[in-house]
Design a protein around this ligand. Structure first.
Ligand SMILES: *Cc1c(COP(=O)(O)O)cnc(C)c1O
Length: 379
């Protein structure tokens, strides 16, 4: 089955015989046993739930993995993946990461004996130079958040496997519609399903997907025993959201390209970071390893005053954290997603008081441009 069809029809399983087109929401905590020592295959909803299972099978197919687990948030999924490791293990991560992952690694996992070296993973040599005997995995986000740096997944996977490391990829920004890291050699893919996969800014969810059955089994064990599984209703919202994933992402990308081109022509905009602009340093690599550029744009304005004015004056566009939904959102990474990254480290990356991030939605691009025009204007 082709990608678009899997989004609509998902798993081929049917869970009831009423002919219901919509997947039933099995809103139950537990399941009755037919007899002693017998099970219907479902015992307790933390371990198995049919609605969640349908979603997990769909996501596994979309990412071309052999199994997927649906978590209550992206952070729950990443936390569970980190439980595969032991005190003493070392990681190499992208130096431009979602703020929550940075906090998880440095404030929670570090206290449990894991250590991290952040490098610019766009440069495979930097990753290679950071490998130590105790290194166990490479964790990348590509494109990265918010600076839109792209990591060469094939090359990084080869390097990881030469050294016996796992490659973990946060695929939230492009989704399997545009990029399938497992097919390029990654071992584990994680997602914030809250973003494009859900797509409507109405639900939190997370996923971990892998090819190797042993990794899937270990993740399932962590998931079953730490318990951050996605609820039946939230699973249903994800199943519903996924049906329109390709349509939404196509429209979002068309809008993003128009807006990125428009931004490059504005006097007060100094720099535009969008992988779909031919002047982006990773434009060619993006074309090679992904089938689209997505709809995340960061841009630098001329002053902190301009940044604040824009945030205060946008009307149609909401000033809010998060991304990937049908509504266009504007974010101030310095104050929001990346507030806890030390100022020096943040500024060295370009995450300053002049940097704004747009997650472009499905509205009419002309209305979005009109809103940005008004926001930029000095009365
Ligand atoms: C939002 C996000 C996360 C965290 O996901 P939640 O669903 O908010 O827990 C992780 N990685 C990236 C790239 C994100 O954008």
């Amino acid at each position: 089955m082709e990608f678009n069809t899997i989004c609509v029809h998902g798993s081929t399983r049917s869970y009831d015989n009423t002919g219901s087109i919509s997947v039933p929401i099995f809103q139950t905590a537990t399941f009755a046993h037919p007899g002693v020592g017998q099970s219907t295959g479902y015992d307790y909803s933390r371990v198995q739930n049919p609605t969640r299972e349908y979603l997990e099978e769909t996501i596994a197919k979309l990412e071309q993995g052999n199994g997927a687990l649906a978590f209550s948030s992206g952070m729950a999924a990443i936390s569970a993946v980190m439980e595969l490791f032991s005190p003493g293990d070392h990681f190499i991560t992208s130096d431009d990461l979602y703020g929550g992952s940075h906090r998880l690694f440095h404030h929670i996992n570090a206290k449990n004996g894991l250590s991290f070296t952040a490098v610019n993973t766009s440069y495979t040599e930097q990753i290679k130079a950071a490998i130590r005997p105790e290194t166990k995995a490479i964790f990348v986000e590509t494109p990265s958040n918010p600076m839109m740096q792209v990591t060469d997944l094939k090359k990084t996977a080869e390097l990881a496997h030469e050294h016996g490391l796992l490659l973990i990829v946060d695929n939230t920004f492009l989704t399997p519609y545009l990029q399938r890291p497992l097919t390029l050699g990654a071992d584990i893919v994680v997602h914030s399903g809250t973003k494009y996969l859900g797509g409507h800014n109405d639900v939190l969810a997370g996923f971990a997907i892998a090819k190797d059955e042993k990794i899937i089994e270990r993740l399932r064990f962590v998931y079953k025993n730490t318990g951050a599984c996605l609820s039946p209703f939230d699973s249903w919202l994800l199943i519903r959201g996924l049906k329109t994933l390709p349509l939404r992402m196509d429209r979002q990308e068309q809008n993003a390209l128009k807006i990125a081109e428009w931004l490059t022509k504005q006097d007060k905009i100094k720099q535009v970071y969008y992988t779909g602009l031919p002047e982006h340093p990773d434009y060619e690599l993006s074309k090679q390893q992904a089938s689209g550029f997505g709809s995340m744009i960061s841009f630098e304005v001329d002053s902190a005053e301009t940044a604040e004015r824009m945030l205060n004056r946008v009307n149609l566009i909401h000033f809010a954290e998060s991304l990937g939904g049908v509504e266009t959102l504007i974010t101030y990474p310095m104050l929001q997603t990346h507030a806890e990254i030390p100022a020096e480290e943040r500024e060295a990356k370009g995450i300053t008081d002049k940097l704004l991030r747009l997650s472009v939605g499905i509205e009419d691009a002309n209305d979005l441009i009109a809103d940005l025009t008004y926001a930029l204007k000095v009365d």
